[in-house]
Design a protein around this ligand. Structure first.
Ligand SMILES: NC(=O)c1ccc[n+]([C@@H]2O[C@H](COP(=O)([O-])OP(=O)(O)OC[C@H]3O[C@@H](n4cnc5c(N)ncnc54)[C@H](O)[C@@H]3O)[C@@H](O)[C@H]2O)c1
Length: 347
């Protein structure tokens, strides 16, 4: 059994990871600021669990993070906390620099101070795992896939802020020896995702009979991964990853946005037939500025070196996701506080 300080564990991927870690017998200290994207309802079943402690707070709060590390002496820090929505970064880039760069730097500094004070054996076993994205690599043409040695070429304020945090993590390993691990993952989908991102947004709008806006020609390609497979990969990197290394994680499941939207419509039509097929709700709208055309991950390194492979293909993962949203409309209603009107697309 390990103890993890998980940051951003009331969000989408962090929430899934916390459930997985507690179910696997680990102890989790869950530090989350509860921005619009954080939802305690995601953690309802863990509220009184002896292996889960929720702390509302900011990764940029030096004193708080320092006290949590000293009190709980985690075996690892797993950093999911971030501003994560590209559209929001286009409208308000400063918030992305504050959390993804400045606050992440504070988290790294506090963690380094803690780590260097640990007894040798504890320090040697300690890890700082930084969860990042394939968007740091920029956009691909029709061929090729991102490897760990692909040069960084971020195109949005979101991906630029994540790239900066990846570089800081790398620098803390090279300069100070902090035992870091970085994962760069493709687009995730699954339970507990805030309905501003493409898949839950389309599910919600299609259920409400609203128009389904699709950016540009709908031919932007993303490499989709079911969130539980991502969490399994992170657990494997924590357990077996080589300190200082980065690992690309992807589902080998490239889909155009329009294909994703059509598949969701078909899945909903099968489950809850409407007067006309939901595909008729699709509308092509003006493209997002700087919209990357294609992302695709070469996950060969984590497969070869750590033995990870995804368990879910896109068809089964998406069907499961649609069923989860149908069964959890109360969770969706809870996270939508009314100030966010679901008028933007997240892709
Ligand atoms: N969603 C994806 O498809 C995807 C793919 C690859 C990588 N990632 C990365 O994975 C991580 C998690 O993504 P997600 O989709 O779960 O994001 P999310 O937006 O659903 O959750 C982010 C969580 O972080 C919390 N948070 C934000 N700022 C904080 C701060 N300063 N201190 C403490 N908590 C804070 C929020 O309250 C929220 O609970 C991010 O770093 C993201 O860049 C996401």
């Amino acid at each position: 059994m390990s103890t993890f300080l998980v940051t951003g564990g009331a969000g989408f991927i962090g929430g899934n990871f916390v459930h997985r870690a507690v179910a696997a017998g680990h102890r989790v200290i869950n530090l989350d600021k509860l921005t619009y994207a954080g939802n305690l309802a995601t953690l309802t079943s863990l509220r009184d669990h002896p292996s889960h402690r929720f702390v509302r707070g900011d990764i940029g709060d030096h004193a708080l993070v320092s006290a949590l590390l000293a009190e709980h002496r985690p075996d690892a820090v797993v950093n999911f906390a971030a501003e994560s929505h590209v559209d929001r970064s286009i409208d308000h880039p400063a918030a992305f620099i504050e959390t993804n760069v400045t606050a992440t730097l504070t988290l790294l500094e506090v963690t380094r101070n803690h780590w260097r004070g640990l007894p040798a054996a504890e320090g040697a076993a300690f890890r700082f795992l930084h969860v990042s994205t394939d968007e740091v690599y920029g956009s691909l043409g029709p061929e090729g896939r991102f490897t760990e040695s692909t040069p960084y070429a971020p195109n949005s304020p979101y991906s630029a802020s994540k790239a900066a945090s990846d570089h800081l993590v790398r620098a803390f390993h090279h300069t100070y020896g902090l035992p870091t691990l970085t994962t760069n993952c493709s687009n995730n989908y699954g339970p507990y995702q805030f309905p501003e991102k493409l898949i839950p947004l389309v599910i919600q709008k299609a259920l409400a009979g609203e128009e389904l806006p699709v950016y540009g020609d709908g031919m932007n390609v993303r490499d989709w991964l079911f969130v539980e497979d991502h969490c399994d990969a992170i657990a494997m990197v924590l357990e077996k990853g080589v300190r200082g290394e980065t690992y690309n994680i992807g589902g080998d499941s490239e889909q155009t946005n329009i294909a994703v939207v059509r598949t969701i419509c078909a899945l909903l039509d099968e489950r809850l037939p409407a007067k006309s097929p939901r595909e008729s709700l699709i509308r092509f709208v003006r493209d997002r500025p700087g919209h990357d055309r294609r992302y695709a991950i070469d996950a060969g390194k984590i497969q070869r070196e750590l033995g990870w492979t995804p368990c879910n293909d896109f068809g089964s993962g998406l069907a499961h996701t649609v069923d989860w949203y149908l069964a959890n409309q109360a969770w969706v209603a809870g996270i939508l506080d009314g100030s966010y009107r679901m008028e933007r697309l997240g892709q």
